[in-house]
Design a protein around this ligand. Structure first.
Ligand code: MF3
Ligand code: CO
Length: 263
């Protein structure tokens, strides 16, 4: 990928303060959405709840209308990806049922700064295999966050995600990556969830990163559905996604999208 550290923006104190506030909104809205998860609810209804929270708080969606790549613009404020859907599922009439796993990926901006976070949860009771996939993916995220320290290198993050996922018998998605975040939802660097350690730019205080492992129960391969967005596993086995926006500080990683009760 070849970023010099100079291309990764360092946040000012003012920008950091705004990102803390934005991150709190993201975390709280995700919790509001999660509270409503139950068998029988349609994913469009969960999008409506997120949209209401956005309005109530006076923040802006980072996702709705997104689409610089010539594809249809993303039509909702939250991505909802069920079971074999990896990321970018579009909310609609699909009704959640007991035993499903459902991923929520959500971002807002305010005063010019973005926050982005994702979590995958079970609907009612889920089977042990699904539960192990969720735990492993969340663990991979936290191992990755631990690597987001001054002096480490960028690829240390992806390496630990890949080790955790593959060491648990799973595979990591290679078609989507984490990213820097700040004035834009996607800033340099790209953050793959795989690779050798000790490569890429050194991490510095003031970098804000959206770290987002996507872990598949089966093969790593991805297929995008005809809606132009929904990414599903090639073998239609389960996939899980967890994400936090973090800030690298001299004291270690600070998770900006976490409040009491968050993933
Ligand atoms: N969290 C995802 C990302 O970081 C979601 C963005 S896709 C969008 O890329 F279209 F919904 F915005
Ligand atoms: Co993201």
């Amino acid at each position: 990928m070849g970023y010099g550290p100079a291309q990764i923006p360092l946040k000012t104190r003012r920008e950091i303060e705004i990102m803390r506030e934005v991150g709190r909104h993201v975390a709280e809205i995700l919790l509001e959405v999660r509270k409503r998860v139950r068998p029988g609810i349609a994913t469009a209804e969960l999008n409506r709840i997120a949209e209401e929270e956005i309005k109530r708080r006076g923040v802006q969606s980072s996702f709705k209308g997104y689409g610089p790549h010539g594809l249809p613009k993303y039509p909702a404020v939250i991505c909802i990806s069920v079971n074999e859907e990896i990321v970018h599922g579009i909310p609609g009439p699909r009704v959640l049922k007991e035993g499903d796993i459902v991923g929520f990926d959500f971002g807002v901006h305010q005063n010019g700064m973005h926050g982005d976070s994702a979590v995958t949860v079970g609907v009612g009771e889920i089977c042990e295999e699904a539960s192990r996939l969720l735990t492993t993916t969340r663990d991979a995220l936290y191992l990755a966050i631990e690597k987001a320290r001054v002096g480490n290198r960028l690829s240390d993050i992806g390496h630990v995600v890949q080790s955790k996922a593959e060491g648990s018998g799973y595979s990591v998605v290679r078609d989507f990556v984490g990213h820097g975040i700040g004035h834009k939802l996607h800033e340099p660097p790209q953050i793959p969830n795989y690779g050798d350690p000790g490569k890429g730019p050194r991490l510095r205080a003031g970098m804000a990163l959206a770290i987002e492992p996507m872990v598949n129960a089966g093969v790593a391969g991805v297929e995008v559905l005809k809606d132009g967005w929904t990414a599903v596993t090639e073998d239609r086995k389960l996939s899980a996604h967890f994400e936090h926006t973090i800030l690298i500080t001299d004291e270690g990683p600070e998770i900006l999208t976490k409040v009491e009760g968050s993933h």
